[in-house]
Write a protein that binds this ligand. Structure first.
Ligand SMILES: NC(=O)C1=CN([C@@H]2O[C@H](COP(=O)(O)OP(=O)(O)OC[C@H]3O[C@@H](n4cnc5c(N)ncnc54)[C@H](OP(=O)(O)O)[C@@H]3O)[C@@H](O)[C@H]2O)C=CC1
Ligand SMILES: O=C(O)[C@@H]1CCC=N1
Length: 267
């Protein structure tokens, strides 16, 4: 069964959500509406997904079962919330805005909305990737859950963990993409073609993830299997241990968490 949706902001994340939810039949094109201050985005979404991506469609907003707040923390979500209170205060309102708390969202209106805060992952179409989710007391899990699970796995977490989830989990693919680039460049540096290096790295990435999943072994145990005495693997391990590799990744995650909190705190 599909649910009607009205999204404010039609950027990268909303597009990724809609693409997966339409594909998984949680949304139907005729009851999916997106509004964006950027008219080119509206036209693009309309043409690509056959949805009604209109600049103003008050009736659609009034009838939407779920309203998605898809703008950035720096955008005027206060004004959007006021519009929702005026047009459809009974809808389930889902905010994907990084860092902005339920309390901050609630403070923007006098009426208590059925608010849920989620931090979705751009891996929407893969079936992988967790959304961190925190519901307010008025949110209706039965209504929102089929929609949420149509674009990823759902992890209900305390709100104080959402910023950590954002910097670590949702920005998570960024760290993996960076590792992939570093690794494939190493293959090319060693003398493989770009095509070969990409193919080998992708298989290793998928295979190593699967090994971690099915073996139940700690990664140190898996490293033991790969490192023979006085051999190749341990020579590489020595260089990695002497480098800033681990600290670099950890500092990047901590910076992302801090940035999430800072962005929310600005409001
Ligand atoms: N990308 C990601 O991986 C993730 C993003 N998020 C969250 O999703 C939200 C959107 O991020 P993302 O999609 O990457 O950003 P984008 O910049 O791609 O999208 C935001 C869109 O909203 C538009 N916009 C701004 N103000 C308004 C308004 N008042 N009414 C309607 N539209 C408006 C912007 O237009 P214009 O550009 O012209 O200002 C832009 O098209 C953010 O809050 C972010 O924290 C959460 C999890 C992951
Ligand atoms: O960069 C961003 O703002 C989004 C939020 C978390 C990951 N990407």
């Amino acid at each position: 069964m599909t649910i009607s949706l009205y999204a404010f902001g039609g950027g990268q994340m909303v597009e990724a959500i809609i693409r997966a939810a339409l594909k998984n039949k949680a949304l139907a094109p005729e009851t999916t509406f997106v509004t964006d201050i950027n008219e080119q985005r509206v036209t693009y979404l309309q043409q690509k997904y056959n949805i009604t991506a209109a600049v103003t469609t008050t009736q659609a907003l009034q009838q939407a079962e779920i309203i998605l707040l898809g703008v950035r923390p720096q955008d005027d979500w206060n004004a959007i919330l006021k519009t929702i209170v005026k047009e459809n205060p009974r809808a389930q309102v889902i905010s994907i805005i990084a860092g902005v708390t339920l309390q901050q969202l609630a403070a923007a209106t006098k009426v208590q909305l059925a608010l849920t805060r989620i931090i979705p992952n751009t891996l929407t179409e893969t079936g992988f990737g967790y959304s961190g989710v925190t519901r307010s007391a008025r949110a209706n899990q039965k209504i929102i859950e089929p929609f949420l699970t149509s674009f990823g796995k759902v992890d209900y977490i305390p709100e104080e963990q959402l910023d950590i989830y954002t910097g670590y989990g949702v920005a998570g693919p960024n760290y993996v993409y960076n590792f992939f680039i570093a690794l494939t460049n190493a293959g090319v540096l060693g003398g493989l073609s770009r095509k070969q290096a990409n193919a080998v790295a992708l298989e290793n990435l998928k295979g190593a993830a699967r090994m971690l999943e099915i073996s139940g072994k700690h990664p140190y145990e898996l490293l033991d299997i790969n490192n023979s005495a006085g051999g190749v693997g341990i020579a590489a391990q020595h260089e990695l241990d002497a480098s800033d590799f681990a600290a670099g990744v950890q500092n990047a995650v901590l910076a992302a968490i801090q940035r999430t909190t800072d962005l929310g705190g600005k409001h």
